[in-house]
Design a protein around this ligand. Sequence first.
Ligand SMILES: [Fe+2]
Length: 195
Amino acid sequence: MALKDVLIDELRDMYSAENQLVKALPKLAKGAEAAELKSLFTSHLEETKGQVARLKQVFEILGEKPTGEHCKGMEGVIAEGAESLEKDEEGASFDAGIVGAALRTEHYEIAGYTAAISMATTLQMGDIVGLLEENLKEELEAANKVQAAGKTIFGEAAAEPEEEADGEAGVRAKGPKATQKKTGARKSAKGGKAA
Ligand SMILES: [Fe+2]
């Protein structure tokens, strides 16, 4: 049955993705500056371990092994996230990058579970669908929480002063921060990063 094989591959990918996240989430929790983000990642880590356990149950039902695939997609998404941890932004601007990275991981998983649930539904594998839907529900909730935290963080980041703000009466550009990035004063040799 071809579709069943595709589903098993998909699920092995998810199993790999979840296990990669079990390793990556503590790094995001450690790197994030806002306490809210830290605790969000820490609690999603616990959920993620539960998701791994559910996937194991799914494989037991299927009579298959969960291992054997490496999810390159999640590897890439996590690598992008690791880059956000190396940015030399500070405070909310730093966290803003992490929010983007975390949302990417969640939506990647949401896509994977959505596809797997559709396949399992087509194959009339009700017990598997139920387990996968529990995982999907947690991913959707996690994405919503990250997005909600993001709103606050983005607001704070937007209010953070740009770096060239100290001293030097000469370099007062337009004023309001409506004009960001490129339009900002590019004059001083140090060239502070725009948020
Ligand atoms: Fe997950």
